[in-house]
Write a protein that binds this ligand. Structure first.
Ligand code: NAP
Length: 305
């Protein structure tokens, strides 16, 4: 069984940064990532608030640059998924889909995944009209009509991306004010292809072989209607991309890991960084900061234990 001083789990901006700091500190580390490095950033069309790129940068280009920083280092990159972590005699036993790894410390950077609405038809039409990723699926709806559901930064930003491809967007939000940043709100309100539908919830996705519409309900009037669309994009927030943790791991009521300001979790030697943490600000720049802090404190922990 492979054994490390530290194992970084997850390859988004937090995981890449944590790995970089550990490698530069000479820590014997391994890195587990289930797909390619990048995480959700890979599925983001443009990042326009990461310092150093005033013109914005495509998600995959930023990740390419991040990953290039690791190239000079020789370390184990394991392509697999962590399913369970157990505490074992002062170390951690990490179970992958294939095999196990032992490590003295862990930095968990597994991020978050898109939340589902949980309404009838969502699973049936997922991949057949219902999507959670504009960059992945937007192209299928060129010159067609789509609904976007949600009112946060993701819903606004992705609607703006989709408006370059589709014929019309109905942006459906359950309240009468968006949660997302004003800079995106201004653009959405001024985009002629985007029709904003406030105070409205999606109740059901309908269709035959593929999606043909969304049943809507106005929460103020109670009026129900059927909106005919070819596609529906769900952007209603994030759930943690967690795993089975050892007893004693503190999480919030949604399952995001609680850390202190040094990124230490409630378990000795286990740190968490990036979107998997319980926090309000989920940005590439804050994930990078979390990753650096977690790695720095992992190094301190290893020196003291
Ligand atoms: P979010 O900020 O949690 O917003 C989720 C939105 O979906 C909210 O408007 C919420 O409505 C709505 N919603 C939640 N559950 C719903 C339901 N069951 N039915 C209908 N609507 C529902 O999630 P996000 O937009 O995915 O953003 C996640 C994090 O990433 C945030 O921290 C965000 O700032 C960050 N982010 C940043 C950028 C950027 O800076 N460029 C881009 C994307 C994301 P209410 O408003 O009524 O609660």
């Amino acid at each position: 069984m492979k054994e490390y001083e530290s194992l970084v789990i997850g390859g988004g901006p937090a995981g890449i940064t944590a790995a970089l700091y550990l490698l530069r500190a000479g820590v014997n580390m391994g890195w587990v990532e289930k797909l390619a490095p990048g995480g959700q950033v890979l599925l983001t069309e443009a990042i326009d608030n990461y310092p150093g790129f005033p013109e914005g940068i495509k998600g995959y280009e930023l990740i390419d640059r991040f990953a290039a920083h690791l190239e000079p280092f020789d370390f184990d990159k394991i392509r697999d998924e962590v399913v369970e972590i157990r505490a074992e005699q002062g170390k951690y036993l990490v179970s992958l889909s294939e095999g196990q790894i032992r490590s003295k410390t862990l930095i968990i950077c597994t991020g978050a995944k898109w939340r589902k609405l949980g309404i009838p038809g969502e699973n049936k039409y997922s991949g057949r009209g219902v999507s959670y990723c504009a960059v992945c699926d937007g192209n299928f709806f060129r010159n067609q009509d789509v609904a976007c559901i949600g009112g946060g930064d993701t819903a606004l930003e992705e609607s703006l991306y989709l408006s370059k491809l589709v014929r019309k967007i109905y942006l459906i939000h359950r309240r009468d004010a968006f949660r997302g940043l004003k800079v995106y709100q201004d653009k959405v309100f001024n985009d002629p292809k985007i029709e904003i539908v406030f105070d409205t919830v999606a109740e059901e996705f309908v269709g035959q072989e593929s999606l043909s519409g969304v049943k809507l309900k106005n929460v103020k009037t109670g009026r129900e209607s059927l909106l005919k669309v070819d596609g529906a994009f769900v952007f209603v927030g994030l759930d943690p991309a967690g795993m089975d943790y050892p007893r004693g791991m503190e999480t919030d009521d949604r399952g995001f890991i609680i850390t202190d300001q040094e990124m230490a979790t409630s378990l000795p030697g286990v740190f968490a960084a990036g979107d998997i943490r319980s926090k309000l600000c989920r940005q590439v720049s804050s994930a990078v900061g979390d990753g650096a802090t977690a790695a720095f404190n992992t190094h301190v922990y290893l020196e003291q234990n």
